[in-house]
Design a protein. Structure first.
Length: 193
């Protein structure tokens, strides 16, 4: 895995996602995304929601993942930034990131959850860039870190179709030298560029 202090990498991933959200034009809100059940607005809503869920986990609470994306309101970058700041503050107060917690799939160190959050931001930032056609200079270290984490964490049972209730499709083959974000997207079953 890429050796970077976990909270610094999460902060970079959150900043990058916020920049992409800020680049979305109002007329792009209903464009489809590579996450076929969400348009751009719903995906932004999901990102805002999930940051709140992640902040609760960082505080030691055990919330479930949101069942559906809430409306992110009119100030998408502001809504995202507020939740990102809440998340970072919760992690800074969490203490020892090597401390193990029960995540419902077993006891894992807190840094596992941070890596999950970096991955969530990286994957959905690619989704938004792809959906909106933004020319974003995405940080490849974030994608490499996310891909390393996902390869170790994503269990085959999580793959399948949406009709089967699965979040990830089968891995899509891309060249080994494809850009980091294309490899990450392909790993999660998305069609790269």
């Amino acid at each position: 895995m890429v050796a970077t202090e976990p909270l610094a990498l999460l902060d970079r991933a959150l900043d990058q996602t916020e920049r992409v959200i800020a680049g979305i034009r109002p007329d792009q809100a209903h464009l489809p995304t590579p996450c076929s059940s969400w348009d751009v607005r719903a995906l932004v809503g999901h990102l805002v929601d999930v940051l709140g869920t992640f902040a609760a986990r960082a505080r030691g609470e055990s919330p479930g993942m949101p069942a559906s994306a809430a409306d992110p309101g009119d100030d998408w970058p502001g809504a995202f930034r507020a939740r990102a700041d809440e998340l970072l503050a919760a992690w800074q107060a969490a203490g020892d990131l090597d401390r193990k917690v029960d995540l419902g799939i077993g006891e894992l160190p807190l840094r596992f959850v941070i890596d999950q959050q970096v991955t969530e931001c990286a994957a959905h930032t690619w989704d938004l860039v792809t959906a909106t056609g933004q020319r974003a200079d995405l940080d490849p270290e974030i994608a490499e870190h996310a891909l390393d984490w996902a390869r170790g964490a994503l269990q085959p049972a999580f793959r399948g179709t949406e009709a089967e209730g699965k979040a990830f499709g089968p891995e899509v083959q891309v060249p080994a030298d494809a850009p980091a974000y294309d490899r990450l997207a392909a790993f999660f079953g998305r069609q790269a560029g």
